[in-house]
Structures are given as C-alpha cells and as structure tokens.
Design a protein around this ligand. Structure first.
Ligand code: CA
Length: 235
C-alpha cells in the first residue's frame, strides 16, 4: 500500500522538488502552498506523514502543527531554515515528531521519513479483546499502567493523552527500569535512526511526558534525570 505524504511548503520550487523526490521513492504526495490549505488537507486527506515548513504565509508552521495536533497524531516533520527556528520548534512543544534544517540531503530526508513512518505503522490493538492482553505487555508502577500492546498509558486509571513518540520513549525506559540511557542512546533506540542533530529533542519529549505522567513535573518520580549522563525509569 502506498503511503501518502503531505508537503506543506510555500516555495513552489522546493515543494515541487520534494514532491518529485518522494514520488521517486514510491510515495504518493499531495501538496499545499500555504498554512490554511495545508491544515485543511492534513485533517481531511488522511496523510501518513506531513512535511511542514515553518515559514508560511498566513498561518505559519508552528500554528499549523499545533492545530493538527489537536485532532491527529500523524507524524509531522518540521522543515526549518535557521537555528532559531529549531529552538522555537523545540521550545514551543508543538508536538512535532521531528525536524530537519535546510539544506538537507535526499538520503537524510528519506531516512527520517522512513523512521517516522515505521513508528507510526504500529497501530494500537483494536479495543475488542482487552482480556487477551498478555500480562507481560503491562507494566505497572505506582499509579501508572503502561500497556505496551494497546499503546495505552493510564494514570490513576485515567487514560493519558500521549503521542506515539512519547509512548515509545516511556515504554523503552520502563521496560528496563533503573537502567540509565544517554540521550544519544535514546535517540538511536526510540527515534530509530542515526541522529546527526540535536539531543534536545529528547529533553523536550521527556519534559512533555513528565507533564503528563508526573504529579509534579519539577519533582519527577518516574522519569529521572541522571545529571550529565541521561535518563532512567524509576520503578
Ligand atoms: Ca517557507
């Protein structure tokens, strides 16, 4: 089945080149040249992944990303032109899954797309048969229940609204409690590719996760920072 990628980029040239490269790789592409129509296509055309430029006329990429996230967990790769845009993408906690700074190589672009599609291909198990959930697939720690088969996290028996990437990170740490992982190791294992860029992505995802699962995100009980080393799950 062909995967559909939505390219939201206002520069016609870049949009054309991206779409051409992606179709050569075997993807179906649809494209938008501004934020408003991009947002509409994102919500109505069911893309499997979105490439989203930051600087767009009208509704910019930050806003588009936020609005998509209100309704969808589709993987979003932000396309940034400058370092300060990267800072903003990371700092605003838009819920983007990844970002790339222009100019990027074809090879890197393809690798990122594949990695993000692979992550999203693992859908939650259908809700039909909860009784069949294997006990091994459930991790319980304090008031947290992590169901690795159903891609579900409960805190005090309430479902936590969590993105796939946040879930993958939590699952990875929780399956090996007390083991400390460097941010580079986490990028490799959770993000799924050799990462040239920036370990801040991990910090941001940890911060978002803490806001969702910790009673007091500034005094975390589950995801603990080992200063100068990395993070671990405290079971
Ligand atoms: Ca632009």
């Amino acid at each position: 089945m062909e995967r559909k990628i939505l390219v939201i980029e206002d520069e016609q040239n870049i949009n054309d080149i991206l779409s051409f490269q992606l179709s050569k790789e075997g993807y179906t592409t649809i494209s938008a040249l501004d934020g408003v129509s991009g947002l509409e296509m994102a919500l109505t055309q069911n893309p499997d992944l979105i490439l989203l430029d930051v600087m767009l006329p009208g509704l910019d990429g930050y806003e588009v990303c936020k609005k998509i996230r209100e309704q969808s967990n589709v993987p979003i790769i932000m396309l940034t032109a400058r370092e300060d845009e990267v800072d903003k993408v990371l700092g605003l906690e838009l819920g983007a899954d990844d970002y790339m700074t222009k100019p990027y190589s074809n090879r890197e672009l393809t690798a990122r797309i594949k990695a993000n599609l692979r992550r999203s291909a693992v859908e939650p198990a259908p809700a039909a048969a909860p009784a069949e959930s294997d006990a091994n697939s459930v991790i319980i720690s304090g008031d947290l229940t992590i169901n690795t088969e159903r891609y579900e996290v409960l805190k005090n028996d309430k479902v936590v609204d969590i993105t796939l990437r946040e879930f993958e990170l939590l699952k990875f740490l929780a399956m090996q409690p007390d083991k400390i992982f460097s941010r580079e190791k986490l990028l490799e294992n959770v993000w799924g590719y050799e990462y040239y860029g920036d370990v801040r992505t991990v910090d941001v995802t940890v911060r978002r996760l803490r806001e969702k699962i910790e009673d007091d995100p500034s005094m975390p009980k589950y995801i603990i920072t080992k200063r100068g080393v990395g993070y671990y799950f405290n079971k």
